[in-house]
Unconditional design. Sequence first.
Length: 420
Amino acid sequence: MEKLVVTGPTQLKGEVEISGAKNAAVAILPATLLIDGVCTIENLPHISDIEISCEILEKLGAKITWNNKNSITIDTREIKTTKAPMDLTSKFRASYYIIGSMLGRKGEIEVGMPGGCKLGARPIDQHIKGFEALGANVTVEKGKINAKAKKLKGAPIYMDIVSVGATINVMLAAVLAKGTTTIDNAAKEPHIVDVANFLNTMGADIRGAGTDVIKINGVEKLHGDATYSVVPDQIEAGTFMLAAVATRGDITLKNCITKHLESITAKIIEVGGNVEDNIDSIRVWCNKRPNKAHIKTLPYPGFPTDLQPQMGVVLSLANGNSVINESIWESRFQYTDELNKMGAKITANGKTAFFEGVKKLSGAPVYCTDLRAGAALVIAGICAQGETDIYNLQHIDRGYEDIEGKFRKLGANIKRVTEE
Ligand code: UD1
């Protein structure tokens, strides 16, 4: 079994390069199924969700060449099956994007229910509602989703809930549909814009991505023959920004889009940190104990739920008492039990957690309960006195490229070791 051993405390200092966005990349890869051609995708994060996405595409018939660890060339001219491999699709959430893409490309797909982090109920009713509005017949039976359509037809779709996954999935299905689709109450996250930009580069006609109304005019064919670079990861950037504050360090993040980080920047300033916006890089530093703050997670441009646990580490160490209200996921406070093992004083009750700020954390053996919880534990370990052993690294490896290498470069005493 692998674990991360972190010995702290360390004030992080230096520069870190932000990777491509996981949540954009895991949608762009299945989106290549809509292309009857060859394309190259660059700035892919080197993480296990991407490796599994590539394996699924290969099982469906795509031919993938790795140009280097962050770039692939993918040939999707021949798709030989409409059955996605259940063992692989159950490993992560974004495997549901195969449905929208394959409905568009082949009018048919059978796929297992998606896996992913256990953050509470994760229904896909809005995805199904969208596919049905476009004329597909969707059934869910024995853990499998079957979707079929003779020819998808554009339609107006109103999302009852702001959903990243449903917005992207319906957008994928609508690209090759006949006529115009509008998605009302669409999610606005940067990765939605990135997937739309990718598809438009390949010949799609999508307008309004990044606003709450997206209009997709169906086209006959996507052409490929282009190279696309994935947008920088907003959540990885936010993780390092919050690490700078929690450790009272001074970090410059390279390869990031500061516009995507505004909600995080605002909260960092509120807790007493400093942020210098240099357009494509951002410097964050903090030279005092953070102030208390109240956080409510919201869809973009609100404070992202995927940075809530990392912010939880900052508030654990703040001067005063703070509250986090998690409005997206039911079970996103599992990490608080782990932080409490390190001396934090957090009481979580349903979707609300109360943080009584403590002066210091101390090292302890802790377990990642999900991907972002894992990142929070790494930050906590760097802040804590003594040794923190972090287990269940498969969660972290799903979404962070070389997390220990990046933190080590910033001065952290962190290593990955294999335990009997
Ligand atoms: C995506 C992100 C995830 C992030 C989340 C919210 C990916 C691969 N994952 O997940 O990291 O935490 O956005 O920013 O991009 N809902 C329904 N019905 C649906 C779909 C969603 O009720 O059909 C609800 C969910 O239960 C949740 C809320 O809508 O309460 C938001 O979910 P959604 O935006 O769809 O999250 P994901 O796309 O799964």
